[in-house]
Design a protein around this ligand. Structure first.
Ligand SMILES: *[C@@H]1O[C@H](CO)[C@@H](O)[C@H](O)[C@H]1NC(C)=O
Ligand SMILES: *[C@@H]1O[C@H](CO)[C@@H](O)[C@H](O)[C@H]1NC(C)=O
Length: 335
């Protein structure tokens, strides 16, 4: 069984009358707000936005709109910021793609052939005091890049499952100048974001390049949704499982979470107040657009109101906060 970081709140399981995977548990959480970790194209550094209480649409741009963390490793730029913690919330890791698309002579071709094989990592025990950045090499030498890392804490094995996207070149093509595999989702485990298991394929489709996978824990052990970007159409689709991260997954609908294109960088989170309500932010290449659903198993999402929702947020992640964490982050990075 694998638990996502969001279950510190007391879980109250409603009597489940629906059959099987359509049952969504009732959640009553003790969280008091949300932290969005993100970046911008113009500033490829970590930025924090803190919700006004448990509002999922009203946020303060912390630290006066300035980055809170700047990478000193690799390309010295980060994108696709993801914050993960364990169940007891004793440690927090910010992980990100090592990529600066503003760098001089930047090219997407170069970035996907001879880009970074590492992810940028910061560690904290309190969301306020952070380590220096480090570059954790997670990919093998056949990989062209390492994009959009995300992670899930696993209570049973006391380790993190880390996922990212990569494409690979033939072992003989050491300069990565030839053809590659399609982008696929890769996986490794770690306890400390310093050493990692040998990576393997998590999802590799024969006909579809995939990037930007993220999971949403659904409140009962083994139940998750996951979101993936089909790079052929630049749209996000949803799958669910009751069998854990490595169980069998079912696509929620033959279509996509939204008809809009482009969309990427899905960031899902459970509402802290309303049981069964979930939110999903998707990056339209300019900024995050918010969606929501009260029936996540259906895979049908509605666009949320944009009123008050901050503009300019890019592919990041949303973390529910306890009162202590909310107060600490708000004080340390006052607006
Ligand atoms: C980075 O690129 C963005 C466009 O994507 C541009 O607006 C910005 O000025 C650039 N920043 C730097 C520091 O070059
Ligand atoms: C991705 O989109 C292409 C083009 O529509 C389609 O052929 C392919 O089946 C899609 N793959 C997935 C996994 O949705």
């Amino acid at each position: 069984m694998v638990y996502l970081h969001g279950i510190l709140g007391i879980l109250v399981l409603a009597s489940i009358t629906a059959s099987g995977p359509t049952a969504v548990p009732r959640q009553v959480s003790s969280y008091v707000g949300y932290l969005i970790s993100t970046f911008t194209d113009a500033s490829p550094e970590v930025q924090f936005h803190l919700s006004d209480g448990n509002s999922a649409s009203s946020f303060k741009f912390l630290n006066g709109g300035n980055p809170v963390l700047t990478s000193t490793v690799g390309t010295k730029g980060v994108r696709d910021v993801f914050l993960v913690t364990n169940t007891v919330r004793s440690e927090f890791y910010l992980i990100a793609t090592d990529l600066d698309i503003n760098a001089s002579e930047f090219s997407w071709d170069e970035a996907t052939r001879r880009g970074s094989r590492g992810i940028v990592v910061w560690k904290s025990t309190n969301l306020v005091d952070w380590s220096q950045s480090s570059l954790a090499i997670v990919e093998t030498e056949t990989a062209g890049m390492t994009w959009a890392p995300s992670a899930v804490w696993d209570d049973d094995s006391s380790q993190y499952h880390v996922f990212w996207s990569s494409r690979h070149y033939d072992t003989l093509d050491t300069s990565h100048s030839g053809t590659s595999t399609l982008d696929r989702i890769r996986h490794a485990t770690t306890t400390d974001f310093v050493s990692f298991s040998t990576p393997d394929d998590y999802i590799a489709l024969a006909d579809t390049p995939l990037i930007d996978q993220e999971f949403q824990y659904l409140g009962t052990p083994g139940s998750f949704a996951r979101f993936l970007k089909n790079e052929t159409v630049n749209q996000i689709y949803q799958e669910t499982t009751t069998g854990g991260l490595f169980g069998s997954w079912t696509r929620s609908s033959s279509g996509y979470v939204s008809d809009r294109s482009p969309l990427e960088g899905p960031a899902a989170f459970a509402d802290n107040v309303t049981p069964g309500l979930y939110h999903l932010l998707m990056d339209d290449y300019t900024q995050y657009v918010p969606f929501q659903t009260s029936d996540i198993i259906s895979g049908v999402w509605q666009a949320s109101s944009l009123t008050g929702f901050p503009t300019g947020l890019k592919h990041g992640s949303v973390t529910p906060l306890t009162q202590k964490e909310y107060d600490a982050v708000g004080a340390a990075y006052a607006t």
